[in-house]
Design a protein around this ligand. Structure first.
Ligand SMILES: NC(=O)c1ccc[n+]([C@@H]2O[C@H](COP(=O)([O-])OP(=O)(O)OC[C@H]3O[C@@H](n4cnc5c(N)ncnc54)[C@H](O)[C@@H]3O)[C@@H](O)[C@H]2O)c1
Length: 305
């Protein structure tokens, strides 16, 4: 992809900033973010930053209608916060998405949407195929399903090229590490301080982790492939790792003296998660980073910070 006008919403956040960084070498990239959870320091230097809210149609519509590609990463991202504030989750994640689609009716661009494995809920028919019936367990999950359907409907009604990418557990540099963040960023930061790693439950629960750079590649592939239009894809490695294995790998990668503590399982946590990645592989996706390689790179980054 080169010489395109690209808008990345949520580009001051973890995933959006990596997409912006990768594409900014050969394209004009503009980030839209209201800095709700994002940070200006994440925005790459050669990228233009506009502080705006995706809920406010007037402030984003002109720019969106000029874009060749819109990578829509802006969202209320915390499942817990969505339970506390379902209306806010709806406004940011559904109305915000709808605003971008409305603006694209006036424009010509393609939209690549950050959906989530949360749409599946606790479906244990693993590995999860995109054709499984959505069964979200939180307002966050409901908002992502709803946004996906809006993309599909706007594709069918107006011919807007749209793709929804259901990210599984993404990790890498710049991921936040508050209590609601990804388990990898929390474990790495505790391991670097030799603090105990706390596992909720027996540690045999599994997740399908994917390194940020592979998620960026999946986004670019989905953007460039017209065969992806109107469709939904899982974005994962298609490999299961137990949380206990993960904790041990992180202790190893950080050379840490951390112990591992087991606490009560958290209500609402799903037991196993694993994606079927055959659909996106068929588009040509091949993850390049093993869990170990991704962990080493992430550890190096947190050490520097
Ligand atoms: N990190 C993961 O493992 C994961 C998994 C599944 C899906 N996702 C999805 O990927 C996307 C990016 O997540 P992330 O992990 O980078 O989170 P993040 O919090 O780092 O990034 C989200 C960004 O959106 C911005 N934002 C929030 N509300 C906004 C609004 N109203 N207007 C404009 N900007 C707004 C925030 O300031 C932040 O910069 C989200 O849509 C999230 O739901 C992430």
């Amino acid at each position: 992809m080169k010489n395109k006008l690209i808008v990345v919403t949520g580009g001051a956040g973890f995933i959006g900033s990596h997409i912006a960084e990768e594409l900014s070498e050969k394209n004009e990239v503009i980030v839209i973010d209201n800095l709700y959870t994002g940070n200006l320091e994440n925005v790459p230097p050669n990228v233009k930053f506009i502080q705006a809210d995706v809920r406010d149609y007037e402030s984003i519509a002109d720019l969106i209608s000029q874009a060749d590609y819109v990578f829509h990463e802006a969202a209320l991202v915390s499942v817990v916060e969505s339970v506390e504030k379902p209306l806010l989750a709806e406004e940011i994640n559904v109305l915000g998405t709808l605003n971008i689609l409305r603006a694209l009716i006036e424009g010509h661009g393609k939209m690549i949407f950050a959906s989530s494995a949360a749409v599946y809920g606790d479906n244990q028919n693993l590995p999860l195929k995109e054709s499984e019936k959505p069964n979200p367990l939180s307002p966050y999950g409901v908002s992502k399903v709803s946004a996906e359907y809006y993309l599909k409907v706007f594709h069918e009604l107006y011919g807007i090229p749209t793709v929804s990418l259901r990210y599984f557990n993404v990790f890498g540099p710049r991921q936040g590490y508050n209590q609601y963040a990804g388990v990898i960023s929390i474990f790495i930061n505790r391991a670097l301080r030799n603090e105990p790693l706390v596992i909720y439950g027996d540690g045999k629960q599994t997740r399908d982790f994917i390194y940020i750079k592979d998620v960026v590649s999946a986004n670019i592939l989905a953007a460039e492939s017209s065969r992806a239009d109107g469709r939904v894809f899982n974005v994962a490695r298609g490999e299961q790792t137990t949380i206990l294995e993960l904790a041990l790998k992180i202790i190893d990668a950080t050379n840490s003296k951390s112990s591992i503590l087991f606490d009560k399982p958290r209500p609402g946590d799903i037991r196993h998660s694993l994606a079927d990645v055959s659909e996106i592989r068929e588009l040509g996706f091949e993850p390049k980073y093993s869990l170990e390689e991704g962990l080493l790179r992430t550890v190096e980054w947190y050490k520097k910070g």
